[in-house]
Structure formats: structure tokens, C-alpha cells
Design a protein around this ligand. Structure first.
Ligand code: TYM
Length: 358
């Protein structure tokens, strides 16, 4: 898959056309975590400057596993507040909740009918989650989850004639396979029914694509799998944040060097440090040559605290004004709906659904 890291090209500037970007995040925890931030959300914020951006909180994905309705409602609002607190500007980027735009479910149905059972069964995230829950605890919704994700993305395909037809999707490494399926489905739809969708490009940040668990540095930092000690939450207070970094698992040596195989823990911390401070890893290795893990971790803890404290404070301030948050969501839903409705009109016609008449 092409790894798009280029922002808007000069050709975009020449034609006045702006490439599109779309991504989504699940409201399945009380806070986003450091992996979400470095793997995806930071890119979301940066890309709103150079792209026509659509970002959704995917509450329909969040019900593919057992959930509590009150928690989902609360987490959806907290998710939106965090996105705004990180710097998404609802005037520039379309920030919305997936279930506010029913076309997501409608397109998912059409794409379900283009996906083979075997293809869906090969998705590794499904295999991992369903293995944990057993067949009776695994819903059909979890099985078709990646197809709903494909619909999320393809609904925002730029139409022919809308300038440079590019659709970028900033995500972490764990979403690569879902993006491949989305490209396959786009191409399959186009082959059967005529040119409609742009196969999306994954935008995966080198270096921060897979932040690992602080206690299990070979496993992904994950809201569903990590222990509280292994995960840094964006909304966490500075005290616990520092403690977790100081207690992060490292190997028995003392040297601060990048070595994925032999020093997975220190390598993960180096990646986090480098991504947050914008300093290349070799420079960090030089800076900390001979100084031991303690000082390195202390400095890293300070950088993490400095990054997340203003975001935490802004998030709580935004949550204090729910009416304003609702306004932002209504505005986002309106903008997203316009694009989604137009795409579905084309899709219904292409697949042969008869128009309703007036
Ligand atoms: P979700 O909600 O699990 O995660 C949101 C984003 O965070 C990234 N991420 C990570 N990146 C680096 N290191 C980690 N440890 C880490 N953990 C999570 C994820 O890759 C993701 O980009 N299926 C998606 C949600 C989705 C979506 C979409 C994404 C639904 N529709 C359309 C893009 C486009 C998911 O579960 O993300």
C-alpha cells in the first residue's frame, strides 16, 4: 500500500483542489491513550491544514462488543471534547459522530454484499478479538466491523471532477489490513458498477505507528488489552503518568540504545520521546550516552506531562459546556451528511435500486 506522507502537492495549489482525509476513532474508553495520539490523532490535527478533513467518532463500531449505553453516551462526548482540545478546528475540519449520518450503515450493507465470508474471516483484529470472546460471545457485527469501516471511508470519496481525487486515512499500523480491504472493496465496486470510489491511501506515521504497552513492550498499547500500568491515558493526572513511565519495563542493561529485539522497552520509550520532542532517535542516544535509565525516564515523563496537561484542561473546559459541544456536532453532522447523501445517491443508482420518485 502506498504510504502517503506528502501533504497537499503543488498541483493541488495550482488547481485550487484540496485532497481529502478521513479517519475514525472508537469511543470505547474514558480517555484516548498515548498510542492513539501518536499513531493517529496528531496526524489528524496536522492534516486539517492541507486537506478537506472528515473525522468521526465511530459509536456504531463501539457496539460490536457488549457495552453500557450510559457509558457510550458519556465517552462519545469525552471523545469529541478531546479531539477539539487536541486542536481540531470544527470550522476547518468536519468533526462528527458516525451514527448521526445513517448513510454509513446503508453503504456498509451494500459493501457487505460485495465481501466474501473468507475475506472477512481473514481479518486479524477479528480473529484476535473473537478468539478472546469465544464464538457465542462474538457478534456478527464484530465480524462485519471492517466493512462498516470501509463504508466510513468510501462515503467520503471525492467525486470525479472534484480535482485531485485523493483520500488519505491517517491511522496506526494495526489498521493496515482494514485499509487493504477497503481498497479491494473500492476496486471491486468500481469494476462491477462503474468508476465510483477512490481507493484510499493509508497515512501511517513512520516511528510511531505502533506504540507498545509499557509493561509488555512486545504488545500494542491497547485500551482493551493493556493493564492500567501499561497504558498512558491522555486525560490522566501528572502523578500517575510519571509513575507509569518511571516503572516502564526495561531490560537489565543500562544503555539507552535503539534495539527492537533486545531492548523492546527502551526502544518504545525512545520512539515516544522522539515523536513528542521531534528529535531523531540517534540524537537522543547521544544525549543520554552514559546517563542511565532514571534520568531518561524522568525527562520523558516531563515531556508527556507537558504534552497532555493542556489537552486535559481544555477537554474538561469543553465538557463543561455541553450545549456548545452539541452545536459543534450538529454542524459536523450537517456537513458530513451532505457529502454522504450525494455518494449514496450515486451508489443506489449504480447498484440498480429504483428511485423513490417524488
Ligand atoms: P481505534 O479506536 O482502536 O484507534 C484509533 C486510532 O489509534 C491508532 N492506535 C495506535 N497507534 C499506534 N500505537 C498504538 N498502540 C495504537 N493503538 C491505536 C489506531 O490505529 C487508530 O488509527 N477501526 C478503527 C476505527 C475506525 C476507523 C474508521 C479508522 C472506524 N472507522 C475509518 C479509520 C477510518 C479503530 O478501531 O481505531
Amino acid at each position: 500500500m502506498p504510504e502517503a506522507s506528502s501533504p497537499a502537492t503543488s498541483a493541488d495549489a495550482a488547481t485550487g483542489a484540496v485532497p481529502r482525509v478521513l479517519s475514525g476513532i472508537q469511543p470505547t474508553a474514558d480517555s484516548f491513550h498515548l498510542g492513539n495520539y501518536l499513531g493517529a490523532l496528531r496526524q489528524w490535527v496536522a492534516l486539517q491544514d492541507t486537506h478537506e478533513a472528515f473525522y468521526c467518532v465511530v459509536d456504531m463500531h463501539a457496539i460490536t462488543v457488549e457495552h453500557d449505553p450510559a457509558a457510550l453516551r458519556r465517552r462519545t462526548k469525552v471523545a469529541v471534547a478531546q479531539l477539539l482540545a487536541m486542536g481540531l478546528d470544527p470550522e476547518r475540519a468536519t468533526v462528527f459522530v458516525q451514527s448521526h449520518v445513517p448513510e454509513h450503515a446503508e453503504l456498509a450493507w451494500v459493501l457487505n454484499c460485495l465481501t466474501s465470508f473468507g475475506e472477512a474471516g481473514r481479518m486479524t483484529q477479528f480473529k484476535d478479538k473473537s478468539a478472546k470472546q469465544g464464538t457465542s460471545g462474538t457478534t456478527v457485527g464484530l465480524f462485519t466491523y471492517p466493512i462498516l469501516q470501509a463504508a466510513d471511508i468510501l462515503l467520503y470519496s471525492p467525486e470525479p471532477g472534484e480535482g485531485e481525487r485523493v483520500l488519505r486515512v491517517p491511522v496506526g499500523e494495526d489498521q493496515r489490513q482494514h485499509l487493504e480491504l477497503t481498497r479491494t472493496l473500492a476496486q471491486r465496486f468500481n469494476n462491477r458498477f462503474g468508476e465510483t470510489f477512490v481507493p484510499p491511501e493509508a497515512h501511517i506515521p513512520p516511528g510511531a505507528a505502533k506504540i507498545t504497552d509499557l509493561q509488555e513492550p512486545d504488545a500494542k498499547m491497547s485500551k482493551s488489552a493493556s493493564s492500567p500500568q501499561g497504558i498512558i491515558d491522555v486525560l490522566e493526572e501528572p502523578g500517575p503518568m510519571r509513575k507509569k513511565i518511571m516503572r516502564a519495563v526495561t531490560d537489565t542493561g543500562t544503555e539507552i540504545v535503539y534495539d527492537e529485539e533486545k531492548k523492546a522497552g527502551i526502544t518504545n520509550l525512545l520512539r515516544i520521546y522522539s515523536a513528542l520532542e521531534g528529535t531523531p532517535i540517534p540524537e537522543l542516544e547521544k544525549r543520554y550516552a552514559g546517563s542511565g535509565y532514571g534520568q531518561f525516564k524522568k525527562d520523558l515523563a516531563q515531556i508527556v506531562v507537558d504534552t497532555f496537561t493542556p489537552i486535559r484542561e481544555r477537554t474538561y473546559a469543553l465538557l463543561d459546556d455541553e450545549a456548545q459541544l452539541d452545536k459543534v456536532l450538529a454542524h459536523g453532522a450537517g456537513r458530513a451528511s451532505k457529502v454522504a447523501a450525494r455518494t449514496m445517491e450515486i451508489v443506489r443508482d449504480r447498484v440498480g435500486f429504483v428511485g423513490r420518485g417524488h
